[in-house]
Design a protein around this ligand. Sequence first.
Ligand code: SAH
Ligand code: SF4
Length: 404
Amino acid sequence: MASASTPIALPVTTRDPRPGLSGLTPGELEAWLVARGQPAYRAKQIGDGIWRTGAWSLDEVLTLPSALRSELAAAFRFDTVADTERRLSDEGLTEKGLHRLSDGALVESVLMHYPARGAQRERHTLCISSQAGCAVGCPFCATGELGFTRDLETAEIVDQVRHAARRLAADGRRVTNVVFMGMGEPLLNLDRVLAAVDALNDRRRFGLGARHITVSTSGVVPGIRRLTALGPQFTLAISLHAARDPLRDVLVPLNRRWPVAEVVAAARDHAAVTGRRITYEATMIGGINDTDEDARAMAELLRGDHAHVNLIPMNPVAHTPWTASPDPVIERFAATLRAAGVTATIRRNRGQEIGAACGQLAAERAGEPPPAMVARRRARLEDESVHALRGERSHEPVPAGVGE
Ligand code: SAH
Ligand code: SF4
């Protein structure tokens, strides 16, 4: 049951130049406070007040001298994401949030509650965005349809987690897992994503273990290689969708820059160096990437790897002619993978009725595209997929903003 949403009208403004407090490390904040005459122990207390409490404003952070509070407020933003809308579904088990940034850009986060089951404790998994929009332009993705607006700042990524943490703290609960599977391609904003992961890992801030953080990428090979050099930071998920280049060129347009063999080779090296299993994701699209031939190609590609495949029925998106593969087809696909020794699970999406595939709420807010544009887009996709299914590589260019 979807609950009524409560839109809050906020004016579109230019971007606030003050950095967000959540983008600073405790050391940076303490140095700033000490430079303004605070003793070190007090600077640490203030830092803890900001990171650890469920405060919603600076006024709630200990009792700050008013001059210092004004100075802090003039230099930094306490909060960089405003909740403009919140929708509940799955009887309250899924909460979708639409956040407005200081320049009016919209991003989404989704909080999913999993009750305790057997030996497994209850989990609260937050799916967050790393960019407003996305340059990669996968045609089955609502974010891809929006195009790219901008990279999020570190604080804008971290504050999505702070919002959820504060809401959960009110009931004595906490965020147990964070997945970068919202809007945007995290590996095209990697410096900020890594700084945000540091904040999530840091015991003084969120104290979330690396095993509880997953970053999903559509296959930015230099980014994967950079992560491999850094050592294990989090679980890496690769959005594979198709094992054959002609089809993947269409489904994940950056495949034209980094073909599937390069992506999987980089993922394999990552697994070998970090000892971490790679998760592959495949959004299952009826009649497009769910054939026996596709299943066999994926099984061959991943056979013998330290990998796991999640098969996810496609969530409907307005601009595409495509729909989810039927359940028996997905079962059959999974069986082909398993027969080759590749472990696979089928993941049903939560909150489909509220558009929980990230980007859908923002796309809805961006307004309905003109019908003629939708018709053109659909016709082009149908044409492209016919060529792809015949095994012909795409002649379309690599999307702008992707690649070096
Ligand atoms: N850009 C990154 C992370 C964000 S997308 C990436 O592509 O991996 C997170 C996941 O949602 C990806 O696996 C993506 O393929 C999936 N996804 C996007 N649109 C979807 C849809 N309409 N239905 C089901 N999954 C979708
Ligand atoms: Fe971008 Fe990921 Fe959506 Fe593709 S699936 S357009 S990479 S957000």
